[in-house]
Design a binder for this molecule. Structure first.
Ligand code: NAP
Length: 462
């Protein structure tokens, strides 16, 4: 039947269109949900079309894998906490890289049995895809372990970068010999070295840089999938891989820029470990909920700055309730979002959208920063590093140069956090010691609930 291959190709084309249009829709929170669905439908079409490919073997095994994979993904996706999302992304991304590497392994061992490959290009791409996919697999697993607190410390030893470079060169060398000779022991050695590279290069990277590293491995996974797609002559894999590779590369660059880090310094430098930050003078000054409520009730403009602590406390619903109460009193309220607030890009936007906050109240860093000097009260909820003025004032600070929200310029600042805990970068925050800053200690959700209650009693709630 000659129409079947044509139908498969047409389905792949439709899937590719859905991937690209889906990603386009993800660029705005208004259309993001439907974007995810479009890309999902594309993936379904591509998967179904693959079953129609002529000459497919091992159908029961393939079906068992699909059912098992779907069940595990459904179960884990449903129960994962929003704050654990980066870990899940790391694991799933690693599995993508592992799948690409597995395709490379199967094909290389098959060529080795046959004693010949379809072409030199196919062979080179199979090896390149396997190398990148293996690095993405083991690197992502280490990143997951670090993010999940299972591997705490950065693992360093003298001469580490030189040793890592040697192992990398060994992997590349064995890859070249694989292309030249297709000897099974060489192929196995190549995979061992490639898998080791992923582990070794991720071990010394600090926890604060992990999300950037995961995004980088995500881009590598895309590239590996595209290469192996060429090996299998599967258009859907090539296009999906290229889309993931390009999107992952852009995301990596954006995140690194928002943290004022270069990709090279993430991979080969250190963060949060060097630099003797200056001592901060003064003391943190506590305040009662009643005083904060009165301050906000009579304010003209309030800016709410959410951070990782709001996600931990799941305070977004209460925050929106407070916002509505303030708006009802005629207060102008806006939300200020830093590009790396929380633990993944868009973390705060997702939470606020979940609580029902309208998009026109949410402002990006560059848009809101000029408005802080005319803001009466900035309410910081569980944000720390992204509002730390030392990023601008202390060249010896490890976060020096990172763009921040200029909260310290507002007339009054209220900070809600549980105690004296530091943020991701593990450093003191000069904002908390400023003359016009007051600390409202407590869990994010409970503290905001307290503010809502107090607001009701400010001149009878009107
Ligand atoms: P942060 O600097 O990690 O600070 C979070 C603060 O929330 C802590 O100081 C903590 O203080 C407080 N907190 C924790 N649980 C709380 C609760 N239940 N209620 C109230 N407060 C709570 O957060 P951020 O300002 O959002 O900054 C994000 C950091 O992550 C940056 O360093 C950024 O570079 C890094 N990062 C983010 C991304 C990303 O994609 N978003 C990627 C890479 C790195 P207490 O313990 O005293 O409560």
């Amino acid at each position: 039947m000659s129409w079947l291959p044509l139908l498969v190709k047409a389905s792949y084309f439709a899937a590719a269109l859905l991937f690209i249009l889906g990603i386009k829709r993800m660029s705005s929170p208004v259309t993001a949900r439907s974007g995810i669905r479009w890309a999902g439908v594309g993936m379904l079409i591509a998967t179904l079309a693959t079953f129609a490919t002529p000459g497919l073997h091992n159908m029961p095994l393939i079906l068992a894998a699909v059912v098992l994979g779907t069940a595990v993904a459904w179960w884990s996706g449903k129960r994962v906490a929003m704050t654990d999302m980066p870990q899940m992304v790391a694991l799933y991304n690693g599995l993508g890289g592992g799948s690409a590497a597995a395709i490379g392994a199967v094909e290389l061992l098959r060529y080795s049995d046959l004693g010949v490959a379809p072409s030199q290009t196919v062979l080179v791409l199979a090896v390149a895809g396997a190398l990148i996919g293996s690095i993405a697999l083991t690197g992502s697993v280490i990143a997951w372990a670090k993010l999940d607190g299972r591997l705490d410390k950065r693992f360093t030893f003298p001469g580490q970068q030189a040793f890592n470079a040697l192992v990398f060169l060994a992997a590349v060398g064995l890859g070249v010999f694989t292309v030249l000779g297709l000897q099974q022991p060489v192929i196995i050695g190549f995979f061992v070295a490639a898998l080791a590279v992923g582990i070794l290069m991720t071990l010394p990277i600090g926890g604060a840089d992990m999300p950037v590293v995961i995004s980088l491995y995500n881009a590598l996974t895309g590239l590996a999938v595209a290469f192996e797609g060429y090996v299998l002559q599967n258009e859907a894999l090539i296009i999906a891989g290229m889309v993931v590779g390009a999107a992952g590369t852009m995301l990596t660059q954006l995140m690194a820029k928002a943290m004022n880090r270069s990709i090279a310094s993430v991979l080969f430098g250190s963060f949060g470990a060097t630099g003797e930050a200056k001592e901060i003078a003064g003391a943190q000054k506590p305040i009662e909920a009643g005083d904060v409520a009165a301050m906000m009730a009579y304010a003209e403009r309030v800016v709410i700055v959410p951070g990782y602590g709001m996600a931990v406390a799941q305070a977004q619903h209460k925050v929106w309730e407070l916002t509505q109460a303030l708006i009802k009193r005629g207060v102008k309220v806006k939300f200020a979002i830093h590009p790396v607030a929380g633990r993944m890009p868009g973390h705060m936007n997702v939470l606020l959208a979940e609580a029902g906050v309208p998009y026109d109240l949410i402002a990006d860093m560059d848009d809101i920063n000029p408005e802080f000097p005319t803001t009466d009260v900035s309410l910081v909820i569980g944000a720390n590093d992204v509002v730390n003025p030392v990023a601008k004032t202390d060249p010896s600070s490890p976060i020096y140069g990172m763009p921040i929200l200029d909260v310290s310029l507002s007339k009054n600042t209220i900070v809600i956090k549980r105690g004296k805990g530091t943020g991701f970068a593990g450093i003191e925050n000069a904002l908390f010691y400023a003359d016009n800053t007051r600390m409202l200690y407590g869990d994010g959700a409970a503290a905001v609930a307290g503010l809502i209650a107090e607001l009701k009693s400010v001149d009878g709630g009107h």
